[in-house]
Design a protein around this ligand. Structure first.
Ligand code: SAM
Length: 251
């Protein structure tokens, strides 16, 4: 899994965020080296980032992402060949922008470390209803074929526990196959039975072809079962597949 570094503008588009949405307390999970929280902070928006990488890598995560993205340039060029080049002009433009975003992330995590919390789905270190809105970009369905349905169900319920109004997830397409995650219907039915109805909405953002929809969970009616200890909802079972290949290659 590549740790990525998307921008505030991309988050606005991917999650169809309105001015009203941005007045809420927002969780970015997983945030990676995205600059959403950094840029939100400059605008006076109350946002917090969480990622499992922050346990091991904090200030240096931006630099690692910058190096890794450059190291994987050829792979990125190949993988994104048939993508929709309306957001970025080409792969080099994407790498340039991710680099700038990763630097903004690095500066903000150093300046406002309390805004960046180490945590792993499906067991986040926050009390129930800590946020109004949780945003989940490029994890649950993007890597849906590797994570498995039980992880997604538990992850979404955990986000529903900590976000008292909504959880938004983008995209609904599996990264490797380019197809919409096939278990989505069953997962939504299951969540609805547990008091978390959802809808699928088209958004004005498309990079991977067909990835222009988000899932919106309405969480206001959800009451999570009592937990024994923070984070006890279960540590993520899948091991984090991030490998810093530029380091392994001695680059
Ligand atoms: C592709 S990046 C997306 C980053 C950011 N949302 C963006 O769009 O640029 C996926 C991130 O998920 C994080 N991650 C993977 N498994 C996780 C888990 N179980 N809990 C929290 N974060 C996780 C990785 O560390 C990585 O930073």
């Amino acid at each position: 899994m590549l740790v990525s570094a998307r921008s505030f503008a991309e988050y606005r588009a991917m999650f169809a965020l309105t001015e009203r949405d941005l007045e809420q307390r927002i969780l970015d999970c997983p945030a990676g080296a995205a600059s959403f929280v950094a840029e939100a902070g400059l605008l006076g928006i109350d946002a917090v980032a969480v990622d499992r990488q922050y346990a091991e890598h904090r200030e240096e995560l931006g630099v690692l992402v910058e190096r890794e993205t450059a190291f994987k340039r050829e792979l990125l060029v190949k993988e994104t060949a048939g993508y929709v080049w309306s957001w970025y002009t080409d792969a080099d433009d994407m790498i340039r922008r991710w680099t700038a975003n990763a630097r903004a992330f690095g500066a903000d995590i150093a300046a406002r470390p309390e805004r960046y919390v180490a945590g792993s789905l499906p067991g986040l270190p926050f009390a129930d209803d800590s946020f109004d809105l949780a945003l989940c970009s490029h994890l649950l369905f993007s890597y849906g074929n590797r994570l498995g349905g039980e992880f997604q169900r538990a992850g979404l319920l955990e986000l529903a526990r900590v976000a008292r109004r909504e959880v938004r997830v983008f995209p609904l397409v599996v990264y490797d196959t380019g197809a919409r995650y096939e278990g989505l219907g069953a997962l939504r039915a299951d969540l609805a039975e547990l008091g978390v109805p959802s809808r699928v909405e088209r958004v004005a953002y498309e990079f991977q072809p067909g990835a222009d929809e988000m899932l919106v969970l309405s969480t206001a009616g959800y009451r999570a079962p009592a937990r024994t200890a923070p984070g006890a909802a279960g540590a993520a079972r899948a091991t984090d597949p991030v490998r810093w290949r530029h380091r392994e290659a001695g680059a």
